[in-house]
Design a protein around this ligand. Structure first.
Ligand code: URA
Length: 251
């Protein structure tokens, strides 16, 4: 029987193109990427550390959350004035979604629309996050979404270290109560707060981190994806990985 010819660069390129087209279908079908935006096919694929994903998604995390606890905690802290943002906010933005979710998305801080509605990710970046979650074959009700800061920084400026320090215990308690199986940090501020690092996003993406025994993946903030569509290809790899860590599903 004739031997298979050796794999060539051409074969590898063809495989990459096929994979890119599959991903395009997933994105476009769910309007993750608007049709007029064209992805850069050579964008990096995330290297999953060998064996890492399986080790995580088979882990059986006991579901002992008392749903009422999260709401009680919300009520306890919603008048917070531990930092000056407590005096400038319109609404305290605690978090939303499934209080026993396996996947928790952590963003940076409320923006104008979030401050107005008291809910996380309900502005333009939030619309994109909703589409990303849809492309993961999930809904916002399946996951839990919150931010490092619970109050809006004026003019959407970056969170200050003292604000993060004041608000951080709230995020830590939310994670304890929700007990997610996977945390997805949206952007560097969430990653820096949870991983206690100041490494650039480029060094944090594509690695499996741990936060107190919980798998943690870092990806781009949806606002960054709105500013630069070229990042969407890589973000799709990240969130596919999150889904795989969650329940083994390969998107
Ligand atoms: N950006 C964030 O980081 N969080 C929000 O809730 C909205 C925009």
């Amino acid at each position: 029987m004739a031997e298979n010819p050796p794999d060539t660069d051409f074969d590898a390129t063809l495989r990459d193109i096929r994979r890119s087209l599959d991903d395009l279908l997933a994105f476009e079908g769910r309007y993750f990427i608007v049709p007029e935006e064209v992805m850069v096919p050579e964008a990096a694929f995330v290297q999953v550390p060998a064996g890492a994903s399986e080790a995580v998604f088979v882990a059986d995390v006991a579901d002992t959350t008392d749903v009422a606890d999260l709401e009680t905690f919300h009520q306890q802290i919603c008048e917070c004035v531990r930092c000056p943002l407590g005096t400038t906010r319109t609404r305290f933005v605690f978090g939303s979604g499934n209080p026993t979710a396996d996947i928790m998305f952590v963003g940076e801080a409320p923006g104008q629309e979030e401050d107005r509605q008291g809910l996380p990710f309900v502005g333009a970046a939030g619309e994109l996050l909703t589409k990303i979650i849809g492309a993961m074959k999930l809904s916002r009700e399946d996951v839990y979404i919150c931010n490092v800061l619970k109050c809006r920084p004026p003019n959407n400026r970056d969170p200050q270290p003292d604000e993060v320090a004041s608000c951080e215990p709230y995020l830590q308690r939310q994670i304890e109560l929700v007990q997610p199986r996977v945390i997805c940090c949206l952007g560097r501020h969430a990653a820096h707060a949870l991983l206690k690092t100041d490494a650039p996003l480029s060094r944090l993406r594509g690695k499996l981190h741990q936060y107190q025994g919980i798998a943690l993946v870092v990806t781009y903030h949806p606002a960054a994806l709105l500013r630069n569509a070229d990042y969407k290809r890589a973000a799709w790899e990240d969130v596919k990985w999150v889904r795989k860590l969650h329940d083994g599903m390969e998107l």
